[in-house]
Design a protein around this ligand. Structure first.
Ligand code: 9B3
Ligand code: ZN
Ligand code: ZN
Ligand code: ZN
Length: 418
């Protein structure tokens, strides 16, 4: 009997691998209008194979915002029938997730001699890129190991800026907090490439690198990133084990010590916005927070996510406005104006609590309350056409336009010392 069961299990796994883990999965965009609609969504969330893309958890679903979620192939027709029955309007954003997964990679791109910045890279490729870019640019780049992940991988920080004998004001730029948001590490690599390429030739970048240091962490959530390549493309959290639960991982962007777990986070280890057993329980969060606490001169904090096309600033843990709200709002407005000047990409901007939803434990709020009064979260492309599966063909335009926003903010910070 056992042998038969085992064979059956192997058969399912191998079929899944053959046609693809996400064959037949769809991504739906729902527009709930009433309590009955919300009830249905909650019911589906725990009775079907559903993965919330926006917002990131069923707790955050409300009637005034659309909901994007991936639904497993076996459940799609049943759920769609249920939606029609209760009159819950929806669009199908992605007909077949597996097909898009394959299209995400540009097959026809010739392999460039060097590192191809217009492709998504596995962690081992990024890790060797980190070493290479450091060795190739001794005057501009130095590499620090700020800690290691739950699964003992190194967490690297690159300090990018003209080497001087003294400490310069710095801008912290972090990427890859959420594993499935692949465009984020792609942008951090693009930023470093642009900095070292344009130093000495582009006056604006040369000034920035002479007067500031950029502290860039290309991938914070290394274990999660590796897992999103190896096993589950839509994984978001870390890969730490939760005692007493079969569910793995904590949301690193709910694990910072900023009104930890008070709102917009979950105490259930199975939720994508699980806040962890306590603030800074995650080694990856501890590494970043520990580094920032001991570093003298960080004047701005920028954290890169996807998707939604938004420039967010504190607070997220409360609806109250920060003392320098007007300044942050003007900076965000000007930054998104610079961004959209290149390809016309439209961004929303404003305090995170108001623009998306109130949530505690985020890195930007934590940095702000530490005294880093210029703190922004960027949610890069797109608005749901591809979502986390942003095609490689969009890496270049996304990174080019985002460079304009980051450079605007960096110049502002340089001109407004505090
Ligand atoms: C969430 C929080 Cl808690 C914050 N402080 N700032 C930005 C966000 C949005 C990101 C998240 O973690 O949900 C977008 Se992926
Ligand atoms: Zn139910
Ligand atoms: Zn994110
Ligand atoms: Zn996001």
């Amino acid at each position: 009997m056992e042998a038969l069961l085992f064979l059956g299990f192997v058969a399912i796994i191998s079929v899944e691998a053959a046609v693809g883990k996400y064959a037949g999965d769809k991504v739906l965009r729902l527009r709930p209008e009433n309590e009955q609609h919300l009830q249905f969504i909650r019911h589906v969330s725990h009775s079907a194979e559903v993965d919330f893309w926006q917002p990131h958890s069923v707790e955050l679903v409300t009637t005034n915002r659309s909901v994007d979620f991936r639904i497993g192939a076996g459940w799609a027709s049943e759920v769609q029938a249920g939606l029609n029955k209760i009159g819950l309007k929806y669009d199908i954003l992605i007909e077949n997730v597996q097909n898009l997964m394959e299209k995400q990679f540009d097959r026809n791109k010739t392999d460039s001699t060097g590192y191809d910045y217009e492709k998504y890279h596995r962690w081992d490729e990024i890790e060797s890129w980190i070493a290479k870019i450091t060795i190739e640019n001794p005057k501009l780049v130095s590499r620090f190991k700020i800690g290691h992940s739950y699964e003992r991988r190194s967490i690297y920080l690159l300090r990018v800026g003209k080497r001087t004998g003294f400490m310069k004001p710095a801008i912290f730029l972090d990427c890859g907090i959420h594993a499935r948001e692949w465009i984020s590490p792609a942008f951090c690599q693009w930023f470093v490439k642009e900095a070292v390429r344009n130093y000495g030739s582009d006056p604006a970048m040369t000034t920035l690198l002479n007067k500031l240091d950029f502290l860039v962490v290309p991938v914070i959530n290394v274990d999660g990133y590796v897992y999103s390549w190896a096993r589950d493309r839509f994984w978001r959290k870390t890969r730490s084990r939760n005692p007493g639960s079969r569910c793995v991982g904590t949301d690193p962007n709910r694990n910072f010590d900023a009104k930890w777990c008070s709102i917009g986070a979950s105490r259930d280890p199975c939720d994508d916005i699980y806040c962890g057993s306590h603030a800074e329980s995650e080694k990856e969060v501890k590494a970043v927070a520990g580094f920032i606490r001991q570093y003298c001169c960080i004047k701005a904090y920028l954290t890169i996510h996807s998707y939604s096309q938004m420039c967010l600033f504190p607070y997220s843990y409360t609806y109250s406005l920060t003392p320098n709200y007007k300044e942050l709002n003007t900076m965000a407005s000007d930054a998104v104006k610079a961004l959209s000047s290149l390809h016309g990409t439209q961004y929303e901007y404003g305090p995170a609590a108001i623009i998306i939803y109130p949530s505690a434990g985020g890195s930007d709020d934590w940095a702000y309350d530490l005294g880093i009064k210029y703190s922004f979260t960027f949610e890069l492309r797109d608005t749901g056409t591809y979502g986390f599966l942003l095609p490689e063909s969009q890496i270049r335009p996304t990174c080019e336009e985002t460079m304009l926003a980051i450079n605007y903010i960096a110049t502002y910070v340089l001109n407004h010392p505090y």
